[in-house]
Ligand binder design. Structure first.
Ligand code: KG4
Ligand code: ZN
Length: 356
């Protein structure tokens, strides 16, 4: 049997998503139900609420994905679901649904690594990119930079030691009473402010590694608001609050500079033919512009996913599942979710030391 039509399921965090992809790249449907409204009033994702909402929504979302693809469940050749990393209760909902379908229909099931799927969203959009490549996954839960000698091969170069970049946006937005999630609105505000108004010190790891750290930026914003409590008062519309716009623009410039600096120095180590950037923060207009400028400076092309594949979605899961089923055996039906699954971080996996 050629596993051609794949149903993909994604429930690792706060999006309940299902998609049907034919032949690994032809996306027939891609349904995403975001729980942002559920979590907004808490200023972040509440794991218990997330699992409960996934459980309520999953059947309907799968049904919609099949209907929009114009197929029935019996047409599916295989089913793939995110089995990590993510919230255990949330992952369980998607993995259980996928296994149940696989068992009932007698089709293969494959557990998918969410981070590998984000990386794959770049090739889903552009087809094969030149290798060796650098692949950055930058989202609400992850900030990891990989080097890929080839497609489907990953070496971890750097990851965050504390907050992910998107998490830093969301925490700073909460602190400044801007709303949740912080990224999109702060990206818009940053265009209206002065990125040089507030100096943030560059983050350097004492061991010389390229690892990221974003919690210091968040703490710097906290200290600033203690000195200038007026920054917390929301008397003006966001777009007219000049000191706030300047702070947000400076914060965004600092986040972007941390990312660009690491990618640039990895390019300078040589042999990089392309850069792929994925995950929710890869939506960021400032990051896209800064990366385009870097691509120009260094003569290395940069690839972003289509906007629909940047944030969590099941299109990237189904697409990768098609490839995974060609590369590996299907997953056993007793595969459990792995909340702290770490791509290329298995025991013995090589961390890339920073030379020089
Ligand atoms: O990939 P994603 O949907 O979920 C995770 O796997 O984490 O990413 C969501 C994150 C949130 O933290 C959100 O604030 C951030 O991506 N985000 C942005 C932008 N759009 C979404 N951050 C900065 N600029 C944006 N335009
Ligand atoms: Zn994600």
């Amino acid at each position: 049997m050629t596993a051609d039509l794949i149903l993909g399921i994604e429930t690792s965090c706060d999006e309940t998503a299902a998609a049907v992809v034919r032949g690994g790249s032809d996306v027939l449907s891609n349904v995403v139900h975001s729980q942002i409204d559920v979590h907004r009033e808490w200023g972040g994702v509440v794991p218990e609420l997330a699992s409960r909402h996934h459980a309520e929504q999953i059947d309907l979302i799968i049904e919609l994905a099949l209907r929009r693809a114009g197929i029935e469940i019996g047409d599916i050749d295989a089913v793939g679901a995110t089995y990590g990393p993510g919230l255990i209760g949330a992952l369980l909902v998607g993995v259980s649904a996928a296994k149940a379908i696989a068992l009932a229909r007698g089709v293969p099931f494959v557990g998918i690594d969410h981070i590998e799927a984000h990386i794959h969203s770049v090739t889903l959009t552009h087809g094969e990119i030149p290798y060796p490549a650098l692949s950055l996954v930058v989202s609400g839960g992850h900030t990891s930079l990989f080097r890929q000698e080839k497609r489907f091969e990953y070496e971890l170069i750097a990851r965050t030691r504390d907050d992910a970049a998107g998490e830093a946006y969301d925490k700073v937005a909460k602190l400044l009473n801007i709303g949740y999630p912080g990224g999109p609105v702060m990206d818009h505000m940053a265009k209206l402010g002065d990125p040089n108004a507030v100096p943030f010190s560059p983050v350097k790891m004492s061991d010389g590694s390229l690892d990221f750290s974003f919690s210091g930026l968040k703490t710097a914003v906290l200290h600033l608001t203690r000195k200038r409590p007026e920054l917390l008062e929301r008397k003006l519309p966001l777009e007219e609050d000049r000191p706030l716009l300047d702070l947000v623009a400076s914060f965004q410039a600092a986040v972007i500079s941390e990312i660009v600096r690491r990618i640039e120095s990895s390019i300078d180590e040589g042999g990089v033919h392309a850069v792929g950037i994925s995950g929710g923060v890869s939506n960021n207009s400032g990051l896209r512009a800064a990366m385009e400028a870097l691509a120009e400076r260094r003569g290395v092309p940069v690839f972003f996913p289509d906007l629909v594949y940047t944030s969590d979605n099941a299109g990237m899961i189904a697409a990768l599942a098609w490839h995974r089923l060609r590369l590996d055996a299907p997953s056993p039906l007793d595969l459990n979710p792995v909340p702290n699954l770490r791509l290329a971080e298995a025991p013995g996996a090589r961390r890339h030391p920073r030379s020089g």
